[in-house]
Write a protein that binds this ligand. Structure first.
Ligand SMILES: Cc1cc2nc3c(=O)[nH]c(=O)nc-3n(C[C@H](O)[C@H](O)[C@H](O)COP(=O)(O)O)c2cc1C
Length: 191
């Protein structure tokens, strides 16, 4: 068996690498902002809810707490530079729409914009916020979900050049990679 090595518990987020990286959008008093986030998870289907961990002090934390709504834009690797910048600079210090060239577009259920260059979008109302650790858990009620038709039917149809972004560490990222299908009974029809 390969050698197993104990890790610092703070590496949990990297080990679980939980989801594609998204841009979280919010707006307060007419000022939109976006931030990169990797720590998010689906919490349930009915009602559809998700959890997002945000550190206090982020402008996004303040805007979502005040406006009680947020958007998620799932991004693909062709927007990697902009996505990384949105995760390293605060909206307190610069207008990230102006510096990255990412464009806001109207959402259907919330005031915050979504990001036009995204490949899928989720609109959420804030249900609750818990202090759980050095990050707070924001629970969002999903109000609308949409995706680019060619890339998502009832699942991702990943094409080269449109892979979702996954975070490894620091400035290192990867794509979703090759999909594999498990067929326990060879005679089963393909789903
Ligand atoms: C790949 C990546 C993932 C990140 N994920 C999160 C996250 O899940 N939660 C969080 O609070 N910050 C996360 N950050 C850090 C914020 O995006 C960063 O602090 C950002 O500058 C906050 O912007 P704001 O102050 O405009 O809200 C991440 C950064 C990167 C680069």
């Amino acid at each position: 068996m390969a050698n197993r090595r104990e890790l610092d518990r703070r590496l949990l987020g990297r080990v679980l690498e939980p989801s594609p990286v998204v841009l979280v959008t919010s707006i307060y008093r007419g000022q939109p902002n976006m931030m990169t986030a990797a720590w998010l998870t689906t919490l349930g289907n009915d009602p559809a809810r998700l959890g997002l961990a945000i550190m206090p002090g982020r402008l996004t934390h303040e805007f979502i707490s005040r406006s009680e709504a947020f958007g998620l834009s799932v991004m693909s690797l062709d927007q990697l530079d902009a996505v990384h910048r949105c995760g390293t600079v605060s909206g307190r210090d610069e207008d990230k729409f102006a510096t990255t060239g990412l464009l806001g577009m109207d959402a259907t259920e919330i005031e915050a914009p979504l990001i036009e260059q995204g490949v899928a979008w989720v609109e959420c109302g804030l249900v609750s916020r818990f202090s759980v650790s050095d990050h707070d858990l924001f629970v969002g009620e999903v109000l609308a979900v949409s995706a680019i038709d060619e890339l998502f039917s009832d699942r991702w149809r990943i094409q080269e050049g449109s892979e979702l972004i996954h975070h490894i560490a620091g400035a290192e990222y990867t794509g979703l990679g090759k999909p594999y299908t498990v067929r326990l009974n060879p005679e089963d029809d393909e789903e």
